[in-house]
Each structure stands twice: as structure tokens, then as C-alpha cells.
Design a protein around this ligand. Structure first.
Ligand SMILES: Cc1ncc(COP(=O)(O)O)c(C=O)c1O
Length: 421
């Protein structure tokens, strides 16, 4: 039993290794023991704006003074402004926003909207995916977190993802997916009953499951398959959205327009709990005359909306999406340099400020890596069971901080996996 009067998540309580956060400044956070850590993981991938951003805190305070308490169908400026900003980011054709408190709830409500609009039950998602911990979002999720909770909501079919190195269709160069895993989605729709799929849910780049970059025609091929079948396409941008991949939304790399976009994390950069479903007019118009059977007591909470508006302004003012696009190649270059030093084979993948390295090493080496990183006060996502270390720093990180951090990671990796310093 741990001494704390609350649960730690996704862990046996005896194995929890909590950190006591005290604050932070941009790419750094501080801990109660006096530590100052370089945050190469944006805590839980949400701190896109960085730590200690006073202007977001001030915006929340101002909103608390003006209007702190509201109800779902009330109207106030921060709510309208946040919706308008999200619609503008999503691009032409998007016309409505449904607010939630988290990423899981965004996906949960996208499932409900898709079912209501299409009158269909089935959904397709991928094995290497995480869509949230609630029962619908978990049903979409492909990774280890789903099986212990089954049966979940019925009708979700999982397909393989775009790991080009393992491509069952032989497209190992990663340059096309016309006959590969994107087609697999179309085949699944057909084999499982034409015109019975309500929606396909995809992360633009599967994030926490290892950063798998799709070939250029993957998304367009899936979009075309959805159009032929009448299924909706949902981009889960909870992790990839708000500049993580170097563009406002990750799917914008591939020139497709989804029917719905789900967001959370970077929307208020973790300063308040808020998510959303951004809905295209071709879907939204269904609810002009039909009841939208979705709702939450804390829908568009004023404090969260104010935090969201200020966060989006900060991204614009500081050109943080551009910074992520500029530093993406630096992150990949540094990771390639680490891979070249290691004694074990290591794949590197990445786009924008989201990247992974996958050294092929046994579990005890991964445990050693965690210790080496702690000794250097580097925070990132070490997924030992899946053999990947994932990087997703705040988008305001400087080139110097990134390079210094990655060189320090390189030393930790060589100490753990072997190689030349
Ligand atoms: C792609 C993706 N979707 C959904 C979620 C769930 O978001 P939340 O934890 O806010 O419910 C996450 C969380 O990591 C995620 O990475």
C-alpha cells in the first residue's frame, strides 16, 4: 500500500513512482526536492505551451472574477470565441463544436454523433492506438489497456496500422499505402458488411503507441474508402493537435478533411480540463432538426474556455506550431545520432516535435535507462514493454535546450544499452 490517500493511474499502487511537482518555466518543471527537470515529454503530452505560462493563469483568474459558474446551454464570450477559433483552425466546412472535459469524452461523443448521424453501429480503429479510458473510447483503443476491460461497447473492429517495416503487403519503403494497410480498412468495411460502418477513428500519427508515420497516401486512401462506403472519418487529434506535428492539426499534413476532429490536451495546454469535437457541416446539419443526444453538466466551463482562448492566442503570438516544424528535423537528427552510437539496433521515427527511438534491448536495459534518465533529470515517455522512448517536448523549447537534452539522452541511452559515448 502506498502512503497516499488516492490512486495512481495505470500502475500497481506499490510500483508507483510519484513526482512532487512545484511549478516550472517553459520547457522545465521543478520538484519539491529542489530538482529542475527538462520536460521532453510535455508531462502527459499536454503541455504544448510550456510550464509556468502566467498569461494563461491570468486569463483563468480574470474569467473567475467575471463569470465562474455556468450551465451547459448558457452563452458567454469565452465559449463563443473558443468555438470560433477552433472552427477557423479546422478550416472551411467545419461549423460546430461540441465541448467536453477530456480526450476520452471527445471520442465518446464523436462515437455517439457518428451513430446518430449515420444510423450505423460499427466503428473501425487500429491496434496501435489509444483513444481514452472510458468504455467507448477504450473499445476504440487497440493497445494493452483494452482487453482487461472487455466486453466494451459492441461493434468496434480493429485493423493493423501503418508499420511500414512490417507491412504485410510488402510496401516496406514507406512511400505508398495504396495497396497496403489503408486498403485494409476498405476491405474490412466491405467484408464486414458494406454500408454498415458508422466511422473510422484514427490518430494522425499513433502517438503513445510508438509514433508510426503513415505513407503520404495513407490518409487520402482511407478518406476515399470512407466516402465510397458512407462512413465518417474521425481524426483523433488529442495528442497530435495544436502544433505537435508542426501544423495546427496533424491530419493537415495529408490534405484530407475529416468529418470530425477530436481534441483535448494542447487545447488548454493542461491549464484547465477541456476537450472538444469539431464537427463538419455535413455532419452537424443533421442536428438542425434532430435532437443531439449528448450533454455534460460542465460543458464548456467558463474557466476552461478562457484558458483555451488564451492558449490558442499564445500559440499564434509565439508561432509555436512553426517552432515545432522547425525543430522537428533537429530532434530527428539528434535521435539518429543516438541510434548510430548504440550497440543495439534502433529504429527512429518522428514528425514535428513528436519522435520515438526503439532500441532492441531486453527489459533490464530499459529499467536501467529509466534510472539513467532520472539521474540526468530528463523527463520523457519510456515505454519499456513496447521498447520505445517517446519525445514530445513543450513546443516553446529552444533549439539549444533540445540539443542539450538530446545529447544528455544519448549519454543515458549508451549507459543503458551499450555503445560508444
Ligand atoms: C490520441 C489520444 N486520444 C485520446 C486520449 C484520451 O485523452 P484523456 O486522457 O484526456 O481522456 C489520449 C490520451 O493520452 C490520446 O493520446
Amino acid at each position: 500500500m502506498s502512503d497516499h490517500p488516492f490512486f495512481f493511474t495505470w500502475t500497481a499502487q506499490n510500483a508507483a513512482k510519484p513526482i512532487e511537482l512545484t511549478g516550472g518555466d517553459r520547457a522545465w518543471f521543478t520538484t519539491a526536492d529542489g530538482g529542475r527537470w527538462l520536460d521532453l515529454g510535455a508531462l502527459a503530452y499536454q503541455v504544448n505551451a510550456g510550464h509556468g505560462r502566467q498569461r494563461i493563469v491570468d486569463a483563468i483568474k480574470r474569467q473567475a472574477d467575471q463569470l465562474c459558474l455556468s450551465t451547459a446551454n448558457a452563452v458567454y464570450p469565452a465559449k463563443t470565441e473558443l468555438a470560433e477559433r477552433l472552427l477557423a483552425m479546422a478550416g472551411p466546412g467545419f461549423s460546430k463544436v461540441f465541448f467536453t472535459l477530456s480526450g476520452a469524452e471527445a471520442n465518446e461523443n464523436a462515437i455517439k454523433i457518428a451513430r446518430q448521424v449515420t444510423g450505423r453501429l460499427k466503428m473501425i480503429s487500429r491496434y496501435r492506438s489509444y483513444h481514452g479510458a472510458s468504455m467507448g473510447a477504450l473499445a476504440l483503443t487497440g493497445d494493452w489497456r483494452r482487453p482487461p476491460m472487455e466486453p466494451l461497447i459492441p461493434g468496434v473492429i480493429h485493423v493493423h496500422d501503418c508499420d511500414c517495416q512490417q507491412c504485410a503487403h510488402g510496401n516496406r519503403a514507406g512511400n505508398t499505402c495504396t495497396h497496403g494497410m489503408a486498403r485494409e480498412i476498405e476491405k474490412t468495411m466491405r467484408l464486414d458488411g458494406e454500408r454498415s460502418t458508422a466511422a473510422v477513428f484514427l490518430e494522425p500519427v499513433p502517438g503513445a503507441n510508438g509514433v508510426w508515420i503513415p505513407p503520404p497516401d495513407y490518409w487520402p486512401t482511407v478518406r476515399a474508402a470512407c466516402d465510397r462506403d458512407g462512413a465518417l472519418l474521425v481524426a483523433d487529434e488529442v495528442l497530435c493537435g495544436f502544433g505537435r506535428l508542426g501544423k495546427a492539426f496533424g491530419h493537415q499534413h495529408w490534405g484530407v478533411t475529416p468529418d470530425m476532429i477530436t481534441v483535448a490536451k494542447g487545447l488548454a495546454s493542461g491549464y484547465a480540463t477541456i476537450g472538444a469535437v469539431i464537427v463538419h457541416e455535413r455532419v452537424a446539419k443533421h442536428f438542425d432538426a434532430n435532437i443531439l443526444a449528448c450533454g455534460l453538466t460542465y460543458y464548456a466551463h467558463p474557466l476552461a474556455c478562457a484558458a483555451g482562448v488564451e492558449t490558442l492566442k499564445l500559440y499564434d503570438d509565439e508561432k509555436l506550431y512553426e517552432n515545432a516544424a522547425r525543430l522537428g528535423p533537429v530532434l530527428l537528427r539528434e535521435l539518429d545520432a543516438v541510434a548510430a552510437k548504440l550497440a543495439v539496433k534502433s529504429q527512429v521515427r518522428g514528425l514535428g516535435l513528436l519522435a520515438a527511438i526503439a532500441p532492441e534491448a531486453p527489459m533490464d536495459r530499459w529499467q536501467k535507462l529509466s534510472g539513467e534518465l532520472a539521474a540526468r533529470k530528463l523527463s520523457l515517455h519510456v515505454e519499456a514493454k513496447r521498447g520505445t522512448a517517446i519525445f514530445a517536448p513543450p513546443l516553446c523549447i529552444t533549439e539549444e535546450e533540445l540539443v542539450t537534452g538530446m545529447r544528455s539522452f544519448g549519454e543515458a541511452a549508451v549507459a543503458a544499452f551499450g555503445g560508444k559515448q
